[in-house]
Write a protein that binds this ligand. Structure first.
Ligand SMILES: NC(=O)c1ccc[n+]([C@@H]2O[C@H](COP(=O)([O-])OP(=O)(O)OC[C@H]3O[C@@H](n4cnc5c(N)ncnc54)[C@H](OP(=O)(O)O)[C@@H]3O)[C@@H](O)[C@H]2O)c1
Length: 242
């Protein structure tokens, strides 16, 4: 996901020299250098963060506490804007780990970010000023569209739908169908049920397929899938995830 953001920033015209990335793995660092010429690639988070006014923490949720606490002394001194993309990790925890001087943004991008076609939900606390919000959106637009979510608990549902969603579809036909349907939904502004009715003739093929889906409990299945991902996101936040 960090690679997606770096790629997106470069595509949007950011100077490579402004971007510093740290990764503990030598292979990952070589790969970063080969993919993105001119960015600074380091093996030490502290070195990467020193002097930077915006930090993006893009490690796995299980690694976040260790990474954030190791950066806390610098955060206390520098007061950066810290953006976490980790699923399930609460702003309150990030604040506790980083210290009060850091401004914290929590967000949830999704996989299509790799082609700049993602959608990122962003949450910032009430004390976060317009300038910091603009700065966060400026960075995260590298992944695609951004939407602000005022209620942090909604991010668990966002994680379940837009973060885990791309795993449900894979093959070309499915991808193109979903892409086309999504564009139609966005560009037409119509409600989903109106769009569904437009392709459903009474007694026709779509009606037959919908009958099977409804009979198999598709709504309930999707609701349970979203619920399971929501619960998992909460478990990760509670530190019980592995
Ligand atoms: N993938 C998605 O679609 C998606 C969507 C939304 C949000 N997210 C969030 O994005 C975050 C990253 O997910 P990902 O899929 O990009 O995982 P990932 O591919 O494993 O990326 C995490 C990177 O962090 C590196 N790392 C590990 N420990 C580190 C440390 N102490 N300091 C600095 N870097 C360290 C890892 O290196 P090693 O490989 O050497 O361990 C790896 O390169 C997660 O918190 C996830 O919840 C992901």
């Amino acid at each position: 996901m960090a690679r997606a953001l770096v790629g997106g920033l470069l595509r949007r015209g950011w100077a490579a020299g402004r971007i510093r990335v740290a990764d503990p793995s030598a292979d990952a660092r070589d790969h970063l250098r080969d993919s993105f010429h001119g960015i600074h690639v380091l093996d030490d988070n502290l070195a990467a963060a020193t002097g930077a006014e915006t930090w993006v923490l893009a490690v796995k949720p299980q690694q976040m506490k260790a990474v954030a606490t190791s950066l806390a002394p610098l955060a206390q001194e520098a007061g950066p804007l810290v953006i976490s993309i980790a699923a399930g990790i609460r702003s309150g925890d990030l604040h506790a780990w980083l210290g009060s001087a850091a401004s914290v943004i929590r967000c949830m991008p999704n996989r299509p970010a790799v082609i700049g076609a993602g959608i990122t939900a962003i949450h910032g606390g009430p004390g976060l000023g317009a300038g910091l919000r603009r700065r966060a959106a400026d960075v995260l637009s590298a992944a695609g569209e951004c939407v602000w979510v005022e209620d942090e608990s909604l991010l668990d549902a966002v994680t379940a739908v837009s973060g885990s969603g791309p795993a449900y579809v894979a093959r070309k036909l499915a991808i193109e169908t979903v892409f086309g349907a999504a564009r139609l939904a966005r560009e037409s502004g119509e409600r989903p049920e109106v769009l569904r009715d437009q392709v459903t003739s009474p007694g026709g093929t779509t009606a037959a397929a919908l009958g099977v889906l409804e009979g198999a409990g598709i709504r309930d299945t999707f609701a349970r899938a979203v619920h399971a991902a929501t619960l998992r996101s909460r478990q990760l936040a509670g530190g019980t995830g592995k």
